[in-house]
Design a protein around this ligand. Structure first.
Ligand code: NAD
Ligand code: ZN
Length: 360
């Protein structure tokens, strides 16, 4: 047995209002007057001085606002990298991602592609990155994905949706300031929060489970149950706890894997552009066969927060479209193996998967 040797985020600041200390954290990391810091910020904050007024831009530093309407694409990463390289006199001092999983993943990918040749699509997979990334900082503004701790950056490329999984992917610094999440719309809070819940269920019921993953997963699951089912938390407590649930949920899957919901949700995302959080919810709602207890509690959470999920999203798909989705989902072998064991191909056939998609 050979064990994996994973990097972790080496520096993390936790605390409400901690975003105020961003400039102090960055200052010693500046490599030169013309080596800028590049801030990639979700464009929901574009006219929000509450965020931007606290970033002091010096010398050639730049803010680039990016829309999170669509999930990150390899072509988008390549365009950002080209723009940054063309406009900077020197290699940047660092990339700072401020937003949800979309912006965090973009920041990770851009920091890698500044020091590696070719395009981002060349590095989708496991351990393909050759050179260390430049300094990169993640500042989540919505909680659940675990992208702030993970060793991957999920990108949609010309022929697949797959992460750049590498030792150079994790952030060098994360700032966890739950106050940044206070204006997340209710539905989106639920969808992204459920990403964390689903990470826990898939990790804790998976065949890859080990004590490392189990302990993080249990902690995150307890927090999710408290946040989404109890009435005893203040808004601040709930925001702080979801931020930590996301972190622990991400740590749990680092050493295990996700499962059926993620595999199927990747298929939906690739074909229909369905976003990760809501896609997981749409799928998970129909997976009682695989996760009976997890789905039962999910339905309670959904009811408690009056969440109505879209239905019939696969109603008008052609056979060839189903095939595309099924191929993307079944291509994620480690997810199926984690969920169903080594002989997963006997349980999960193309026909079976199609029948499941047809319910959605
Ligand atoms: P997101 O980044 O896509 O954002 C969702 C929506 O919330 C957007 O409209 C965004 O503008 C808005 N938003 C974010 N913060 C806000 C705030 N403070 N106030 C108001 N609105 C706010 O959402 P997400 O669910 O965090 O991320 C999904 C992405 O994360 C997907 O691309 C998925 O592939 C990726 N992901 C990555 C990992 C990983 O380990 N790298 C894990 C899971 C998911
Ligand atoms: Zn996820």
């Amino acid at each position: 047995m050979t064990y994996k040797n994973f990097p972790m985020v080496p520096k993390v600041m936790f605390g409400r209002g901690g975003f105020n200390q961003l400039n102090d954290i960055l200052a010693p990391k500046r490599l030169g007057l013309h080596a800028p810091f590049i801030f990639l910020i979700d464009d929901v904050f574009k006219s929000n001085p509450w965020i931007t007024s606290r970033i002091s831009l010096s010398y050639d530093d730049r803010i680039i606002f990016v829309s999170a309407k669509e999930e990150p694409k390899t072509s988008q990463v390549d365009a950002l990298v080209e723009d940054i390289i063309l406009q900077s006199k020197q290699r940047p001092s660092g990339i700072i991602g401020i937003g949800g999983g979309t912006l965090l993943d973009l920041a990770k990918a851009v920091s890698i592609m500044i020091t590696n040749d070719g395009g981002a699509a060349d590095y989708q997979g496991w351990d393909l990155v050759k050179n260390p990334a430049i300094y990169h900082v993640g500042i989540p503004t919505i909680s659940g994905t675990g992208a702030e701790v993970s060793r991957t950056t999920v990108l949609t490329g010309p022929d697949k949706k797959l992460g750049i999984n590498s030792d150079y992917t994790p952030f060098d610094q994360v700032i966890l300031d739950s106050e940044l999440t206070k204006e997340v719309p209710k539905d989106q809070w639920f969808y992204t929060g459920m990403d964390c819940y689903v990470h826990c269920i898939e990790s804790l019921t998976g065949t890859y489970l080990n004590t490392f993953s189990e302990t993080y997963g249990q902690m995150a699951l307890e927090l999710c149950n408290e946040i989404f089912l109890s009435d005893s938390l203040s808004d601040t407590e709930s925001q702080e706890k979801l931020m930590m649930a996301s972190w622990h949920g991400g740590m749990s899957i680092a050493y295990s894997q996700v499962g059926v919901a993620h595999a199927m949700s990747y298929g939906l995302s690739y074909l229909l552009g369905t976003k990760h959080g809501i896609g997981n919810c749409i799928v998970f709602d129909h997976l009682e066969e695989f996760y009976p207890e997890g789905v039962k509690v999910f339905k309670q959470m959904k009811a408690k927060h009056n969440i109505t999920l879209p239905t019939g999203i696969c109603a008008d798909l052609s056979d060839s479209e189903f095939d595309i989705m099924i191929d993307v989902a079944l291509g994620l072998e480690p997810l199926w193996e984690n969920a169903l064991g080594k002989n997963w191909k006997k349980t999960m056939t193309k026909q079976k998967l199609k029948a499941l998609y047809q319910k959605m």
